[in-house]
Design a protein around this ligand. Structure first.
Ligand SMILES: [Fe+2]
Length: 302
């Protein structure tokens, strides 16, 4: 399993909030019991870049504020998403233990809202310190002992979560042969449902930005027609396009800062349909011109 954080009890969380902590930023009404979960609804987040100091700002924004705003929106949805993915760059810069302590704390409201959280790693994360922050998860048996890879089987798709962190603070990513072999085998063993591949780094390598072994990854995905989409973050730039084989490439926006100020920071609300997926962009700034943009994807033929 990847770092997979199950829901926690609302009651426990709200009691803790009386003593301070993350819950103070949330109205107790957001945690009302009895809300239904939509098994085909997923919250896609990337590049949250949380720093230990919650007042810390980068590129003109406060990352804790951005993340808290997104958490509030997730909790206010009429139906609970079946889960939340965060595709890496969880930590601000170099994956410090104190960054992960704050991440664990800021994830609690979402978990108390009965949403499991699935975390992947980016180039600003540190795998060992990340595991240390979530000790119960460290012990979970993984398909590859030293990488955070996982297969999450859900009603309408199988999610393959990969780990492209090669070296903390080194910008490009690498999956490596062992992980690529695992992916090929896991795809071959699970041909019947749409496969969605999720990792931090973008395909292609431009300068030092991107996944070094993109060509090998695409070689595995293209002929296996159950692969319908490759989702990633890293570029801090929201975009969706298709490769020549019909695989959808979904570049998730950052929850944290953007590199060009006209771009949106935010998250994507994905709804899996029988033969495709609906994506809705949710901006941290609700006045952003792209707020609410909907992209409908049709799956390529199997
Ligand atoms: Fe990032």
């Amino acid at each position: 399993m990847p770092i997979h954080l199950p829901p926690i009890s609302r009651r426990q969380f709200l009691l803790r909030s009386l003593a301070g902590g993350a819950a103070l930023a949330f109205s107790p009404s957001l945690f009302a019991a009895g809300k239904r979960t939509d098994p085909n609804s997923w919250a896609l987040l990337s590049d949250i870049h949380l720093a230990a100091d919650r007042s810390f700002m980068a590129r003109g924004i406060n990352m804790t504020d951005h993340f808290t705003e997104v958490s509030r929106e997730l909790l206010a949805l009429p139906k609970c998403p079946a889960g939340v993915f965060i595709t890496g760059d969880c930590a601000y810069n170099s994956g410090q233990a104190k960054d992960y302590a704050l991440i664990a704390e800021l994830l609690e409201p979402i978990r108390a809202g009965q949403m499991p959280v699935h975390l992947a790693l980016g180039n600003h994360d540190n795998r060992e310190r990340f595991w240390d922050a979530f000790p119960t998860e460290k012990a979970v048996q993984r398909p590859l002992a030293d990488r955070q890879v996982a297969l999450l089987r859900t009603e309408r798709a199988n999610w393959f979560i990969l780990d492209s962190l090669e070296k903390t603070l080194s910008t490009p990513g690498l999956l490596g042969q062992e992980q690529l072999d695992w992916l090929a085998g896991a795809l071959d063993a699970n041909p019947d449902k749409p496969a969605l591949v999720l990792l931090h780094h973008n395909p292609g390598i431009n300068g030092n930005i991107g996944l070094k072994d993109s060509a090998a990854l695409l070689e595995i995905m293209r002929p296996r027609k159950q692969v319908k989409a490759y989702l990633f973050g890293h570029t801090h730039d929201w975009d969706v396009w298709q490769d020549a084989s019909g695989i959808h490439l979904i570049n998730l926006p950052p929850v944290a800062y953007v590199f060009s100020k006209e771009k949106p920071a935010g998250w994507v609300h994905a709804t899996l349909e029988r033969k495709g997926m609906r994506l809705e962009l949710r901006c941290v700034d609700p006045k952003h011109p792209s707020q609410g943009q909907v992209v409908k994807l049709d799956w390529r033929a199997s």
